[in-house]
Design a protein around this ligand. Structure first.
Ligand SMILES: Cc1cc2nc3c(=O)[nH]c(=O)nc-3n(C[C@H](O)[C@H](O)[C@H](O)COP(=O)(O)OP(=O)(O)OC[C@H]3O[C@@H](n4cnc5c(N)ncnc54)[C@H](O)[C@@H]3O)c2cc1C
Length: 468
């Protein structure tokens, strides 16, 4: 057998690819994993910054029950640390709302962050649903606030941004109120803190604690796949070609690249072209943008007990913000990452997230500091940040977005994720190109545990059917 022939080729080494590769390798299959970037992890990217480690991509393990990420951490003695989603709100004139208003905002934030709000049973605009809920809640708890038009308008904007950060959407009304995402039981915000989320990949690849890896798994980094030829005849092989000209063959391949990448490349990536039903699914599933800006400081200056600090604008202050700095009004909060104590993370999303990715770094750093000064600086001179780092999930050609969400636009096509997940088969009906990745999971899309489960799912399909 030629050395460039494998039983299975995995395209992409994010959570789905690593889960698939390790499952197959543990079963003794000869596997090649091709990853376009110079690192493993995909949309999980832990980097040293400030005094510790920060996450440019996935930050938290969402839930414990039946969560493969949680289970692996526990099994290998990496204690995950719960982080609260509590928030202290500052206003743009440097004041803080009264305690009872703070508490009210906190409850509304927690309901969104923890998917606790009751959902309707028909599709519709999530924003309208949330706005009604917020009004109703305020009416019950503090009805006089309903007469404060400016507060109500800015409060709605604030929750809109929060919803967008949660879903990677551009506007809360882009999200389907009847979204199929199902939270797992257990604590929903667990952090890998000083270990970094990357540890999950070391565990799966058997390289943590200087482990030897898997003997039948070959990993090639900086290997961008440019073409996948999939056979119609059951006797033929799958041929995978890379940008550097290298060519590999296999019985089957599992493609784990994001829907953002598929949208941009599917026409050239697959030969023959994908069936119509698959193309429709790729075009219909929405992938959005959620990005982070992280600032480090020489020392911790913030007087915060809470995990988040929320920026609640006043209409008149917002109007004074120059057009070129409008993006700063679309950052709903900053938070304290658990792996690096002298760092603050600012959260952006949607079209503004895309814009912030390409603004000059100095401008982003300067204006984020000014934002802190405006909101938190009544009694404090906010120091110059010592460093900045930010994510670029949309600009990155190997992700082209942060994660998928159930959109209003996709609501008429409820089978899109199943269609995306369906394998391409040859003349004998054998699956030859299989699809994994967060977008292919009906109920746990947009997460690392969901992505990993899809990798196990496709690898198990091949092992179970002994078709490799
Ligand atoms: C900012 C942000 C915050 C998030 N927060 C959380 C969180 O707190 N908790 C949570 O559970 N999830 C979170 N997520 C979502 C989670 O990170 C993703 O759902 C998950 O990591 C996706 O894994 P995947 O394997 O499906 O895709 P990816 O991680 O995108 O893996 C696909 C891989 O394919 C590679 N690739 C692309 N094109 C090619 C090519 N042509 N050839 C070869 N390789 C290629 C890519 O480089 C990548 O490594 C967050 C994501 C982002 C961006």
């Amino acid at each position: 057998m030629a050395s460039n022939h494998y039983e299975v080729i995995i395209v992409g080494l994010g959570a789905a690819g690593v889960a698939a590769a390790s499952t197959l390798a543990r079963a003794g299959r000869r596997v090649l994993a091709l990853e376009a970037q110079g690192r493993v992890g995909g949309r999980v990217h832990s980097v040293p910054f400030g005094e510790g480690i920060v996450e440019l991509g996935a930050e938290w393990v969402h839930g414990e029950e039946d969560n493969t990420v949680y289970e692996q951490a526990v099994k290998h003695n990496f204690p995950l640390v719960p982080q609260g989603v509590d928030l202290i709100t500052y206003r743009s004139d440097g004041s803080k709302p009264d305690q009872d208003v703070q508490e009210l905002i906190n409850v509304l934030v927690e309901q969104q962050q923890c998917d606790e709000m009751e959902l309707p049973d028909t599709p519709g605009r999530f924003g309208e649903h949330v706005a009604n809920h917020v009004k109703q809640y305020i009416k019950e708890k503090k009805p006089e606030l309903l007469d404060d038009e400016d507060f109500m308008e800015q409060m709605m904007d604030f929750i809109n941004l929060l919803v967008n950060n949660h879903n990677a959407s551009n506007d809360w009304n882009d999200v389907n109120a009847l979204d199929k995402y199902t939270p797992l039981d257990g604590y929903l915000y667990l952090s890998w803190h000083k270990y970094g989320f990357k540890t999950f990949f070391d565990i799966l690849l058997n390289t943590h604690n200087n482990g030897p890896g898997w003997p039948t798994l070959d990993i090639e980094l900086n290997k961008e796949v440019t073409q996948i030829d999939w056979p119609q005849d059951y006797k033929d092989k799958v041929t995978v070609t890379c940008k550097d000209g290298s060519v590999y063959t296999a019985q089957s391949t599992i493609v784990t690249v994001s829907v953002g990448v598929l949208k941009e490349r599917h026409t050239n990536l697959f030969k023959p072209k994908l069936p119509e039903v698959k193309i429709n699914a790729i075009e219909r599933i929405s992938i959005g943008v959620m990005d982070k800006i992280l600032l480090s400081f020489d020392e911790v200056w913030w007087p915060l007990d809470s995990a988040f600090v929320g920026f609640l604008w006043r209409g008149e202050d917002k109007k004074k913000v120059p057009k070129e700095s409008f993006w700063t009004t679309r950052i709903f909060a900053a938070s304290r990452p658990m792996g690096s104590k002298n760092v603050l993370t600012f959260w952006t999303s949607g079209e503004i997230g895309k814009l912030v990715e390409i603004l000059p770094e100095d401008k982003v750093k300067r204006e984020c500091r000014q934002l802190l000064q405006k909101f938190m600086g009544a009694d404090i001179q906010v120091p110059e940040p010592s460093g900045i780092i930010r994510s670029t999930w949309f600009t990155n050609p190997y992700t082209r977005g942060s994660y998928t969400f159930d959109s209003v636009a996709c609501a008429p096509y409820p089978n899109s994720r199943t269609d995306l997940a369906a394998p391409l088969t040859d003349s004998s009906g054998r699956p030859r190109v299989l699809f994994a990745g967060e977008a292919t999971d009906e109920t746990h899309f947009s997460t690392v545990h969901g992505a990993a489960e899809t990798g196990y799912r496709e690898a198990s399909k091949l092992i179970r059917n002994s078709q490799i």
